[in-house]
Design a protein around this ligand. Structure first.
Ligand SMILES: CC(C)(COP(=O)(O)OP(=O)(O)OC[C@H]1O[C@@H](n2cnc3c(N)ncnc32)[C@H](O)[C@@H]1OP(=O)(O)O)[C@@H](O)C(=O)NCCC(=O)NCCS
Length: 145
């Protein structure tokens, strides 16, 4: 089951998956509590297994007025490769489509590029480093009609 959660509720997944070994406060993203930001949690038997967030942040690389940035995409290690990440991305896309957004973009970790490509996302430009995290690629997808 996927439902909307608040930013703090994402930390039990964000922390071990995206900020392992770092202080808990590094789980906080700029804009986490903005009115237009939305966080999704995937629950199974009451346990939070995966999270994803959408921020109303346009990227000027793309000439689209209605864009969302996907961030904080993470699935607990023992729940990975079971389709949960895909369900979270599809859910985020449906949410965006219903609200007339036209494009989703994000900065993908190098190891996750193949995951997003399977879901129809394309790489934009070359690799770049994000301090303390590693090599990333900008990726995007134009949403249907
Ligand atoms: C990347 C991540 C979100 C994917 O979630 P997941 O639940 O494991 O992925 P799914 O099971 O939904 O995978 C969907 C498809 O992508 C494939 N896939 C999953 N992770 C992949 C990866 N890292 N590289 C290439 N393909 C991948 C799966 O094999 C599956 O393919 P299939 O349909 O042909 O079987 C998850 O592995 C994760 O949290 N990783 C660590 C944190 C991270 O890198 N987050 C992304 C930051 S940008």
């Amino acid at each position: 089951m996927i439902c909307e959660i608040n930013a703090l509720a994402t930390y039990p997944v964000r922390h071990p998956v995206l900020r392992a070994g770092k202080p808990l406060e590094t789980c906080r993203f700029d804009g986490d509590d903005d009115a237009k930001t939305v966080h999704f949690g995937y629950y199974e038997h009451g346990r939070l297994l995966g999270v994803a967030s959408l921020f109303a942040v346009p990227n000027h690389e793309f000439e689209y007025p209605a864009q969302l940035q996907l961030r904080g995409m993470a699935v607990l290690p023992d729940a990975q490769k079971k389709g949960i990440g895909e369900q979270l991305v599809r859910h985020a896309e449906d949410f965006a489509h219903q609200r007339h957004y036209k494009l989703i973009w994000f900065n993908a970790r190098e190891v996750a590029v193949g995951f997003y490509q399977k879901l129809g996302y394309s790489v934009w430009g070359g690799p770049f480093a994000i301090a303390g995290i590693g090599t990333h690629f900008m990726m995007f997808k134009k949403l249907r009609g």
